[in-house]
Design a protein around this ligand. Structure first.
Ligand SMILES: [Zn+2]
Length: 157
């Protein structure tokens, strides 16, 4: 069969651009819009918003309670140093974040971080700006959903 003749085989990947994900964060958590309002604002269907939020671990209101723990990824410890380095790389490429797209705060006294959305830590575009509490909440949610570690253990921090 010749390539490119059967367009139905080219299924749209269920991964959305970091820009789009960041926009959903902004509207939903920053501006407090409902999923329907976000969909309307962005000119897409509710299904797209719903799927994007699920795929990218954006927590919904009210928060889903899960009891799963992400301790089974034993290779994580060795990856911690790499994790830090990759976040610094993002900071070098996109500068230090000074706002949080989740809660909308932009306080020069506060600390903001680049949060990885997809688990593809090497992709500089796959990060959004979050304040520390929002980043931790987001990572905790993603751990519950995926069962994987998302960051170094911060309990002692
Ligand atoms: Zn925040």
């Amino acid at each position: 069969m010749p390539k490119g003749v059967y367009p139905h085989t080219h299924i749209k990947p269920k991964v959305y651009s970091a820009e789009m994900v960041e926009r959903v964060w902004e509207l939903y958590h920053g501006q407090g819009m409902s999923q329907v309002e976000v969909a309307t604002e962005l000119g897409v269907t509710l299904k797209v918003i719903y799927r994007l939020m699920v795929n990218h671990g954006i927590p919904r209101r009210p928060q889903i309670k899960r009891n799963q723990r992400g301790e089974r990824n034993s290779s994580w410890k060795g990856a911690q140093a790499g994790y830090q380095a990759l976040h610094l790389r993002v900071e070098a490429a996109r500068s230090a974040p000074q706002v949080c797209v989740a809660c909308g705060s932009a306080n020069p006294e506060r600390r903001y971080e680049w949060a990885n959305l997809t688990g593809a830590y090497e992709k500089i575009a796959d990060y959004i700006r979050l304040c520390v509490p929002c980043h931790r909440r987001f990572d905790a949610h993603r751990r519950a959903v995926t069962g994987e570690r998302t960051s170094p253990d911060r309990r002692s921090a």
